[in-house]
Design a protein around this ligand. Structure first.
Ligand code: CMC
Length: 427
């Protein structure tokens, strides 16, 4: 504890403990506030509220720092693999070689879906948004894997974590194949996590499919960049859903639903659409004027926490250039528009004064499109990668002895109490 904060409310003095984390701002502990003052605190959008204690991810938004279990995202993106980051997020430490081999084997051997599950996809229209399929299909996992829904069993919690990390790529690839009218492709155990996902999306029975190491590495890095991000909207949704004791598959489905929105995971799809709509560099000034006139937002810019360059955006920008170079698309008009838009926004007072910098979604759409994904798949890929963060945060919450059901209160501004009026007496 780091001292107390004093508050005087209704003539009564109250000392509130101040908690100190390893890093980051101090936190005023208001847990006894209502009991002792008969008042609530008010913080819509949670801009000043720490909703939980966590040891998983740290963000310093002013400095543009993102750490997973203490390790900077740039180092993980450069030197680690997505599966190793999954282990780190779930277990708190980087694995030994033996622990990694066991983990990789476990994930690889859980990638198949129950055969009955494949029929589930047929119920959707072919033009269904793949995120709609993801919300439904992931929720349905709890109807197939009853033996890992007991949240009070540590073994079952870990099995559900492994199942979701392993099966999410298979479900995501099926959602993609279904929309294309192509046959589902089964996972291959000899391939790496990212290779396997790409082959489930892009191979067809009529041809051999060969992995491209540059594109595989880019896919893996994109997964690393999206693996976790502290208490964002979808992660908070997973925690709130889980706080009622709901099973982990249902909680992750809730997270996917939240992620879908354009202010969150849906921004990468919106951002690419925006870049394509602008079309050429000469249209940028007119577009920027529209942003300043508040007719629309510059998608892929701004962040609730980062008031500096999002460190993930820098890695994504490098990855974008690598992928486009490898594919011979370096003159992609969308990339040109993005680079010029970024240049203008970083020097324009509207964006500078509001500390609006590119976020992870700014370059991800161009990269994913070059990899062969249509825009509606972008948020699906985000969900695939974020699943490990969601499940690690869910596990941490369940394993925290202080965990309670999430039940916020409100500032009620509706009608005071009044008597019911029968319909024939209403004016
Ligand atoms: N374009 C133009 N103006 C913006 C933007 C933007 N992208 N973002 C914020 N602003 C302005 C906003 O109009 C406001 O100006 P003023 O103070 O004059 O009214 C000011 O900046 C603060 O905005 P806010 O809406 O209060 O900020 P927030 O923290 O509530 O919103 C955000 C954060 C991410 C929702 C917002 O920046 C946004 O809508 N960005 C575009 C969507 C996007 O790229 N989302 C992806 C986020 S990163 C990945 C993820 O988390 O999923």
């Amino acid at each position: 504890m780091a001292g107390t904060a004093k508050i005087n409310i209704g003539g009564k003095d109250l000392d509130l403990p101040i908690l100190k984390g390893t890093l980051g701002p101090d936190v005023v502990d208001i847990r006894k506030f209502y009991a002792e003052t008969d008042a609530f605190t008010y913080d819509p959008g949670f801009t000043s509220t720490a909703s939980c204690e966590s040891k998983i991810t740290f963000i310093d938004g002013d400095k543009g720092v993102l750490l997973h279990r203490g390790y900077p995202i740039e180092q993980l993106a450069e030197q680690s693999t997505f599966l190793e980051v999954c282990y780190l997020l779930l277990h708190g430490e980087l694995p030994s070689a033996a622990a990694y081999a066991t983990f990789e084997h476990t994930i690889t051997n859980h990638t198949m879906l129950h055969d009955q599950f494949d029929r589930f996809f047929q119920g959707f229209r072919r033009d269904a948004h793949p995120m709609a399929i993801m919300v439904g299909a992931v929720g349905a996992l709890s109807a197939f894997y009853h033996d890992s829904t007991d949240i009070n069993s540590p073994e079952q919690r870990m099995i559900s974590a492994h199942r979701m990390i392993a099966k999410m790529p298979t479900i995501a690839a099926r959602a993609f194949k279904y929309s294309r009218g192509q046959p589902f492709v089964y996972p291959r155990n000899e391939l790496s996590f990212a290779e396997n996902f790409l082959q489930m999306c892009f191979s067809v029975p009529a041809e051999d499919w060969k992995p491209n190491p540059v594109l595989t590495r880019a896919m893996d890095r994109i997964f690393i960049l999206h693996a976790d991000h502290e208490q964002n909207a979808s992660t908070s949704t997973v925690r709130v859903a889980g706080s009622s004791g709901a099973n982990p598959f249902a909680c992750i489905a809730a997270g996917i639903a939240c992620l879908w929105g354009p202010a969150h995971g849906g921004a990468n799809e919106e951002c690419l659409n925006m870049l394509l709509e602008i079309g050429s560099v000469d249209k940028i000034p007119e577009f920027v004027q529209g942003v300043k006139d508040r007719r629309y937002r510059l998608m892929g810019f701004g962040h609730r926490v980062y008031k500096n360059y999002d460190p993930r955006a820098k890695v994504m920008q490098t990855t974008c250039h690598e992928v486009l170079k490898e594919l011979g698309h370096s003159d992609d008009p969308a990339l040109k528009v993005a680079m010029e838009l970024e240049r203008i926004a970083l020097s324009d007072d509207y964006f500078v004064s509001r500390k609006l910098y590119p976020n992870v979604d700014f370059y991800s759409g161009i990269t994913l499109r070059a990899l062969g994904f249509p825009a509606e798949m972008f948020t699906v890929l985000f969900a695939l990668a974020r699943t490990v963060g969601w499940i690690a945060q869910w596990k941490e919450m369940i394993e925290d002895p202080a965990f309670k059901i999430s039940r916020p209160r409100q500032l009620y501004t509706g009608s005071p109490s009044r008597d019911y009026v029968p319909v024939d007496k209403r004016g």
